[in-house]
Design a protein around this ligand. Structure first.
Ligand code: SAM
Length: 211
């Protein structure tokens, strides 16, 4: 029997409990911080993390001096996030990404393996809110999943490369990598089709490439 594909309504508690002990931030988070630090003092910058899971990335961002707003649909992480928020620089909410409207203004929008679980019918509005939240020069660091992924269905958002390129119009694309290969997952091996995106909002109107 195959494991059902995870969606925004899945029970993510076991996954996030396993991630809580992860000592290292995701590589995309590290690259996003480097991109932000190249341009700006990290202190007093604001990050928005969508689908924050166990809070490993948020803890790192807080330690660097950023203020952070996070959201995740999994209520099991709320106590740990509340403990992190006691420092005064984190605002966490339990809820769905697609219901957070508007998003706060952000120097960094980060979403490691989370946006694909937004239902397809809600994704375009979520993406517009992400684009609107980015301040001039703000950094966008997200994973998007592709149509060849084993989990692909309209219960989530699984995109073709032209669709991904379309989403990135008007941004300075620092990195767009595509991986389509079999590999391990929490639920067992599967075919992964993943676009990893690191991009930057235009700094001035003149930086805006034509749409
Ligand atoms: C694969 S995990 C990634 C978690 C974390 N970003 C990480 O890198 O470990 C996906 C996360 O997205 C959350 N999630 C899934 N659908 C969501 C939605 N529609 N709104 C908010 N969170 C969602 C899950 O609860 C889970 O924590």
């Amino acid at each position: 029997m195959t494991t059902p594909a995870p969606t925004s309504r899945s029970d993510w508690a076991a996954y996030n409990a396993a991630q809580a002990g992860r000592g290292r931030i995701r590589p995309l988070t590290a690259r996003a911080v480097d991109a932000l630090a190249a341009d700006a003092d990290l202190r007093a910058r604001h990050a928005v993390e969508l689908g924050c899971g166990a809070g490993v990335e948020a803890r790192h961002l807080l330690a660097l001096g950023l203020t952070v707003s996070t959201i995740d649909a999994d209520p099991s992480i709320a106590p740990a996030m509340a403990a992190l928020a006691a420092g005064g620089a984190l605002d966490h909410r339990t809820g769905r990404i697609e219901d957070w409207d508007p998003l706060p203004a952000a120097d960094l929008v980060l979403a490691n393996a989370a946006l694909p679980f937004v239902p397809r019918h809600a994704f375009d509005a979520v993406w517009s809110r992400i684009r609107a939240a980015l301040v001039p020069g703000g950094v966008l660091a997200v994973d998007l999943f592709g149509a060849e992924d084993d989990w692909s269905s309209d219960a989530g958002t699984y995109l073709t490369r032209p669709e991904v390129e379309d989403l990135l119009r008007g941004l300075e694309v620092v990195e767009l990598t595509e991986r389509s290969e079999r590999g391990p997952a929490f639920s067992g091996p599967k075919h992964w089709h993943v676009f990893t995106v690191l991009a930057r909002a235009p700094r001035r109107p003149s930086d805006h490439s034509p749409v």
